[in-house]
Design a protein around this ligand. Sequence first.
Ligand SMILES: C[S@@+](CC[C@H](N)C(=O)[O-])C[C@H]1O[C@@H](n2cnc3c(N)ncnc32)[C@H](O)[C@@H]1O
Length: 360
Amino acid sequence: MSKDPGFITPAAMEGQGGYNRSSQVQAAGLSPAVPMLEFAARTVALPAGSQPIVIADYGSSEGRNSLLPLSAAIAILRQRIGPDRAISVVHTDLPENDFSVLFDTLNTDPNSYLRRDHAVFASAVGRSFYEQILPAESVTLGWSSWAIQWLSRAPSLIPDQLQVAFSRDAPTRAAFSKQAAEDWHQFLTHRERELTPGARLAVMTMAVDANGEFGYRPLLNAMYSSLVNLVDSGFLSGEEMRRMVIPTVGRSRADFLAPFGADSRCGLLRLEELEIFLGEDHFWSDLERDGDAQRFAARWAAFSRASVFPTLAGSLNSGRSDARTAQFIERLESGTTVRLAANPAPMLIPLAKVLLTKEL
Ligand SMILES: C[S@@+](CC[C@H](N)C(=O)[O-])C[C@H]1O[C@@H](n2cnc3c(N)ncnc32)[C@H](O)[C@@H]1O
């Protein structure tokens, strides 16, 4: 039975600490955007009075990668507001995100902002950021890293690939581009409503480079051929594989700019900064040092497992509750590792950072 592609939506990241353990690529990739968040914290207009200052973290997953950027922003706000004014940090993610691990991380991680500051209060919202999820005019500082490349849904299946960037099917590419444009616009519209006048929002996400390259090609090739092998071995049906889609996109500079007029405005939001940059493949640097291709491949496969395998497992016949889910994930991870270790190559990691301000 073929599943309506309209229902293929992103799953939350691997739970039970899986994402926290296997998101070093994301931790490294977001670090060049932290100075932009620090700048935002230094210059943002603060609401008058003594009410709490709200920081929203859109797409937090299990939280570990939020600790460094948010701690940096909180330290700067503290210099401006003194030690006692309350700061409320709201982490948001999809409803099925592992929020228990998020709260545990906030309570126990040595780098947690909660351990250093008696007037910071954390909470969470489990709703899609493609809706309004916080009260109007309540957020003073926004942060989002590695999250808005996830579309609200896959607009169609991809006939020849898992990732639309590698598809040769023009109608499929057009459908994903349209969805990406609508989702970026929706994200901006809802944040515009949530931000206080003068608030700032720093966004870091996946992009395509100046040549339109999405990157990660050796990894995606290894993953795709592992899936083909799972079909050939009878573990997976061809129909299940046909339904597997990674509903992420890399946006170009033009894609980010599209909702903004010549005056850099989209409604009350002003685009302050937009930069496309390349993340470093630290796993490759380690391989160049130690020659360990197996470790290189295992680390990239673990990155995929923690981020995209839960979504792929959703296309098994009984969804993520399918009896084969655990084995599917293990087999796909080991198949990807074997193939990537046999042909190791550095990953291109195109990223974008965007700074927005809401008009006063
Ligand atoms: C790759 S993780 C990024 C986590 C963390 N911010 C980081 O930089 O490592 C992407 C997160 O975005 C979340 N996400 C995807 N689509 C979302 C949506 N529509 N609304 C809220 N969160 C979403 C996923 O569930 C996931 O936890």
